[in-house]
Ligand binder design. Sequence first.
Ligand code: L34
Length: 294
Amino acid sequence: MSARIISGTETAKQISEELKNEVAELKATRNIVPGLATVIVGCDGPSLTYVGNKVTMCEKLNMRPERHDLPADISEKELLALIACLNADPAVHGLLVQLPLPKHICETRVLMAISPLKDVDGLHPVNVGKVMIGEDGFLPCTPAGIHELLLRAEVAMEGAEVVVVGRSNIVGKPLASLLMQKRPGANATVTICHSQTRDLKQHTLRADVLIAAIGRPRCITADMVREGTVVIDVGTNEVGKTAEGKRILVGDVDFEAVKEKAAVITPVPGGVGPMTIIMLMKNTLKAAKLALGA
Ligand code: L34
């Protein structure tokens, strides 16, 4: 039997309607428009697409995007100076620096320079720590999007065997923390696998929920998936371009083969990607309310 395909695009659309109403209410009652500053260094192709999607979504929800596109050879010092400016600007409620950064810039120093109160990407160590201890803060957008997708798709998570493949700071690690919290859509038994895992397949075959965040095209194959598994594909790997120059994307999961075994699966594109964007909007709205003390 073929899997139920859960659309991130559709789920994000539902959430966007909810957020649009909240943005309108904030404007009507407090005269505040949530502002999101995006910072991108250099012209990494995918980053430009992702940040473009973020800016467009901001506009759709009547929030205020503020885009800063910096040259690849900007110094770390100049970047830190811009971040300090944006931290101090009351019209900027959320602030994100798109990753990856060029090699001459230290990612940790940059992320630590962002005010934790404006850190809508949830990558500052204060917010990373809050996920670990289950305190309210900013959740990183991709893990938050996956959690929201699982909740809305009513996947039974309590006590479930969740296997996360990938240990990045932006997805694998915070997602594992989130899914083991005592809260709805979580409370799972979580295993993290990575490039040094001895027998990956032994782990993936145990999963009730398998989350692939590796960054390699189609590396989760059908033989690694048990019948009835819920499969979440975080990968967005470009495998070529169409004649019109559009990106051809595939996930970390061999979708066509795995969907014949899985109970539920997310597509790429149109799965986790749009959920990442909408969670960023949700965090930005939260940051604007936080700034009001609301
Ligand atoms: N600081 N850096 C920071 N925050 C983030 O949250 C990100 N990420 C990841 C890369 N670096 C980051 C993103 O924004 C990945 N990511 C992201 C965002 C959006 C999409 C994919 C990844 C997305 O919109 N994906 C679409 C397809 C877009 C396309 O045509 O390429 C989808 O349907 O999957």
